[in-house]
Write a new protein. Sequence first.
Length: 127
Amino acid sequence: MARCPGRPGSRRGPGAGDRWGVTVADPLSEAEIATHLENVPNWRRVGDSITAAYRIRYHGGVAMIVHVADIERLISHHADIDLRWDHVRFTVTTHDAGYKLTLADFDLAQRIDKIAHAHEAVSLVDD
């Protein structure tokens, strides 16, 4: 199948079955999810999504969100973001895969972790 420009890892072709003829990565199996969770220790699974929260002051959180949004735009994958006065929470799932977890979610989680570290945000693993 041919690659769809602008959508890393996506394919276009007959029987793609998704909007605009574009498919996304297949949902991961339970075993694959467990393996990938080991690589993102700041993240927890909640149903068919993964979530992480970071302690950061409000304006620092805004700057961090802008940094994350710039990366999300480039990779065409986006987190749900909840900004509070003392922390920010990211929740990731692949909407186009039926709200299931895919490799794209774990890639984005790793990118968000790096950005959080660069902004000196502290992981709130157990919150």
